[in-house]
Design a protein around this ligand. Structure first.
Ligand code: FPP
Length: 243
């Protein structure tokens, strides 16, 4: 235990606090596989995935990361078995109920990206309530992607541009029509559980993001793994297309 703790402290001390990613986005993959390995139902994996969410939000807050975006439910996830979808919705509802006080205490502002109109009216209410109550918090933006799909977001942006009558949009005009309009682009995109795909996530916004893939399954993702991702990011030289 002591050895484990000191290893984490030693890793944490290597972080260059002047070069932290401002915005970290995470594709939280592997809950199902984690549960399967334990011969448990998939929902057991998601339940443990929520525990990881709580730990990582707390840690991002401590580290002074400014925005943490978590891919919780994609537009494609509706195709999963009904009991898994309803289980995920229940977990989200519970998460909001359990964490609202914590967000208020810790100066965390909740935002949601995606089309939440397809969620139950009660869940929409809970989301809107938490977003409203935390909107002036400043330390960390916790941005949860819910019924989110990047192609849907891009098409929606095109329609908004048309409605605004903008015929020759700039990149800024376009970005202003995305769900993420008030947020910086992610500096670091983390994907757990080894798959090297983007899965329709923030296609416009990750144009220059550094990508970090780890084999660790989301329920096993830890502060230590998060530090490793940040250290890997800090080793890279970001050129944004320049030389
Ligand atoms: C991917 O694992 C994970 C999801 C589709 C859901 C992620 C949701 C949570 C972690 C819980 C709810 C989130 C919040 C913010 C409270 P998978 O099921 O695709 O895993 P697999 O690829 O191993 O099957």
């Amino acid at each position: 235990m002591q050895l484990h703790r000191s290893k984490k402290v030693a890793l944490k001390e290597q972080i260059d606090l002047s070069n932290l990613p401002k915005h970290v986005a995470i594709i939280m993959d592997g809950n199902g596989r984690w549960a399967k390995k334990k011969l448990m139902p998939r929902l057991f994996g998601h339940t443990n995935g929520v525990k990881t969410v709580k730990k990582i939000v707390e840690f991002a807050r401590k580290l002074n990361v400014q925005v943490l975006t978590l891919y919780a439910f994609s537009t494609e996830n509706w195709q999963r078995p009904e009991d898994e979808v309803s289980g995920l919705m229940k977990l989200l509802k519970l998460y909001l109920k359990q964490e609202l006080d914590n967000m208020l205490r810790n100066d965390i502002s909740l935002k949601v990206i995606g089309d939440i109109s397809r969620l139950s009216p009660e869940l929409q209410n809970d989301i809107n309530d938490a977003v409203e109550k935390t909107k002036n918090n400043k330390a960390l933006v916790l941005n949860i992607a819910l019924n989110y799909g990047s192609r849907q977001e891009i098409l929606r942006a095109c329609k908004i541009l048309i409605d605004k009558g903008i015929k020759n949009p700039t990149e800024k005009d376009f970005a202003d029509c995305l769900y993420t309009k008030d947020l910086p682009d992610p500096d670091l995109l983390i994907r757990t559980s080894g798959e090297k795909r983007i899965s329709n996530f923030l296609l416009w916004q990750i144009a220059y993001s550094e990508i970090y893939v780890t084999d660790v399954l989301w329920p096993d993702f830890s502060e230590e793994e998060f530090i490793k991702a940040i250290l890997d990011y800090q080793k890279r030289e970001r050129r944004f297309g320049k030389i």
